[in-house]
Design a binder for this molecule. Structure first.
Ligand SMILES: NC(=O)c1ccc[n+]([C@@H]2O[C@H](COP(=O)([O-])OP(=O)(O)OC[C@H]3O[C@@H](n4cnc5c(N)ncnc54)[C@H](OP(=O)(O)O)[C@@H]3O)[C@@H](O)[C@H]2O)c1
Length: 267
């Protein structure tokens, strides 16, 4: 399907790793210009080279730290000078999770840190991108939340509440930006095995972090996350859903929270 992304200008925050990279690959293969935003210069450079090879007519690596609003503003200003407008922004950076702790052991500072990364990182990015989105003939925003906001799991309390707040911001923006034709959606993935996720699993004894069924079994046992397909996902299974939501082909979906979770009882 032609997603209408040829020569579109797209920014993927977190586009150098995992699911953000999978989405960036989809945009590039569909002929979009792709900017990726992250901290590591080396990862930005190698991603830009790969995106150009995949077909992006232009690719840009923007170095910014989502905890630092000034660096995000500077990155978007650079993009504005280069492209003039933006058609789509995807907030896929993470995990920025703040670790696994119980409710009572999180300090105020740790709560604020989780919210500064997961929620405010996306807020800062959208705020800086809006003037560029408003200059485009069509514009979309996609925020990556998490299926775990619906299931709950005690050690994920800070992470899931920040992601739930991001989902709420998405819904709110879908209403306020609808009159301007800017469509805003959330994608909520279940467990998927990005390199960083695999690295976090690697120390677990007797678990093959490359075995999607074994990983899901572990997550189900320890976090109570059962899925109908009984396996975790590859990032490449989620990237195309993001690409569609962020594309010109999506003309009537806004305010949606799309589960890409292998099947669950939750709506
Ligand atoms: N993995 C899962 O099972 C799962 C499930 C549900 C939802 N999610 C969500 O999906 C998203 C992507 O997860 P992932 O596993 O694909 O992540 P990942 O592979 O670890 O990639 C993270 C990306 O975000 C960037 N990033 C991290 N911290 C940043 C910061 N402070 N400022 C700017 N960029 C930053 C990284 O680049 P640098 O490190 O160079 O900055 C990288 O590009 C996250 O929002 C995560 O919470 C993941």
């Amino acid at each position: 399907m032609d997603l209408g992304l040829k020569n579109a200008n797209v920014l993927v925050s977190g586009g150098t790793g995992g699911m953000g990279r999978a989405a960036a690959d989809c945009f590039a293969a569909d002929g979009a210009r792709v900017a990726v935003m992250a901290r590591s210069r080396a990862e930005l450079d190698s991603t830009v080279a790969a995106l150009k090879k995949l077909g992006a007519p232009d690719a840009v690596g923007l170095q910014a730290d989502l905890f630092d609003g000034a660096s995000v503003d500077a990155a978007l200003a650079e993009l504005g000078r280069r492209w003039g407008h933006l058609n789509a922004v995807v907030n896929a950076a993470g995990p920025l999770s703040g670790g696994l702790k119980t409710f009572e052991t999180y300090t105020d500072e740790e709560w604020q840190n989780v919210y500064s990364g997961l929620l405010m990182g996306a807020v800062r990015t959208i705020r800086a991108a809006l003037p560029l989105l408003r200059k485009a003939p069509w514009a979309r925003i996609v925020n990556v939340s998490a299926m775990s906001t619906k299931r709950q799991s005690p050690p994920l309390v800070a992470y899931t509440s920040a992601k739930a707040a991001l989902t709420s911001v998405s819904k709110n923006l879908s209403q306020s930006l609808a009159p301007e034709g800017i469509l805003v959606n959330t994608v909520s993935p279940g467990t998927f095995v990005s390199e960083s996720f695999k690295a976090s699993m690697a120390p677990i004894p007797d678990l093959d972090e490359n075995d999607l069924y074994a990983v899901m079994g572990y997550i189900n046992k320890n976090f109570g996350h059962h899925v109908f397909l009984n396996r975790a996902a590859e990032p490449a299974e989620i990237g195309p859903v993001i690409a569609f939501a962020a594309s010109a082909r999506n003309t009537y979906m806004t305010g949606a929270n799309i589960n890409v979770d292998g099947g669950s009882d939750f709506t």
